[in-house]
Design a protein around this ligand. Structure first.
Ligand code: UDP
Length: 236
């Protein structure tokens, strides 16, 4: 196995599956299965989940909701997704903890770094909800920050596409998938992989990012096994 401790970033939108809004149970079960397969190999797994399927801070401006208020709403949305994922994982027999960047003891633990690491060492899957707990950040930045904090080996960004392409593969048939990119190459090519805060944090802390298609069954396992057939790795 190439990685021992991973930080898996799942977008909230991915949880919608074919629905227009909310959480799709088929997709949730599929993710649970993928995660369980990897967990059974003894990999330590931390997960950051987005909230875009429920609420996104930038939406707020169209609803005459203050941006900061909207961002907090977005953070709460990630907790709802985290609770759904936690339930699905536990139903499949896995041990989990949901830790939040905003204190809400009735539903989840507060994020305490040392405690998060201890949970991982004990084999629990740790889900980080409520982003970093501050407005004007994203769940991608949360993924990078938490990954650095818990000393994960890699950030795995699960998306709908099989990695980073030279052009939009749905529009341009000549688009090629990059197997590997350096952070500098990704900057100079103007590739929009994660927001810059998230990206810079990974680069400065020498933390590789792998972008891959999480919706394709078996991909997560392939990545863990170090396969170069799926995804794109961005590393120094
Ligand atoms: N958010 C925030 N601070 C954080 C993480 C998230 O303010 O540390 C808010 C922000 O408004 C964001 C929303 O939560 O739009 C949902 O997260 P995101 O859009 O990153 O989720 P995804 O696109 O991955 O579903």
């Amino acid at each position: 196995m190439k990685y021992k401790r991973i930080l898996l970033k799942l977008s909230g939108e991915a949880l919608m599956g074919d629905k227009q809004y909310g959480i799709d149970s088929v997709r949730l079960d599929q993710y649970t299965h993928e995660i369980k397969t990897v967990k059974e190999l003894g990999i330590e797994i931390a997960i950051v989940i987005g909230g875009g399927n429920i609420f996104r801070g930038v939406q707020a401006e169209n609803l005459t909701i203050d941006r900061v208020q909207g961002d907090y709403m977005g953070m709460l949305a990630t907790v709802i997704n985290g609770m759904a994922l936690q339930s699905a994982l536990e139903k499949s027999g896995l041990y989990t903890r949901l830790m939040s960047g905003i204190n809400m003891e009735q539903v989840c633990e507060p994020f305490i770094r040392r405690r998060a690491v201890r949970h991982l060492e004990k084999g629990r899957i740790v889900i980080f909800g409520a982003g970093i707990g501050n407005p004007y950040f994203t769940t991608d930045s949360t993924a990078s920050l938490r990954a650095v904090e818990i000393e994960a080996d890699v950030v795995l960004k699960g998306t709908r596409v099989n990695g980073v392409y030279s052009a939009d593969p749905e529009k341009d048939p000549t688009a090629i998938r990059y197997e590997k990119l350096s952070f500098d190459e990704a900057y100079s090519k103007g590739l929009n992989i994660m927001d810059l805060t998230a990206f810079t944090l990974c680069q400065e802390n020498d933390l590789p990012i792998i972008v891959f298609d999480m919706n394709q069954p078996g991909n997560l396992l392939k990545i863990i096994n170090g396969s170069v057939d799926v995804g794109t790795i961005i590393a120094n």
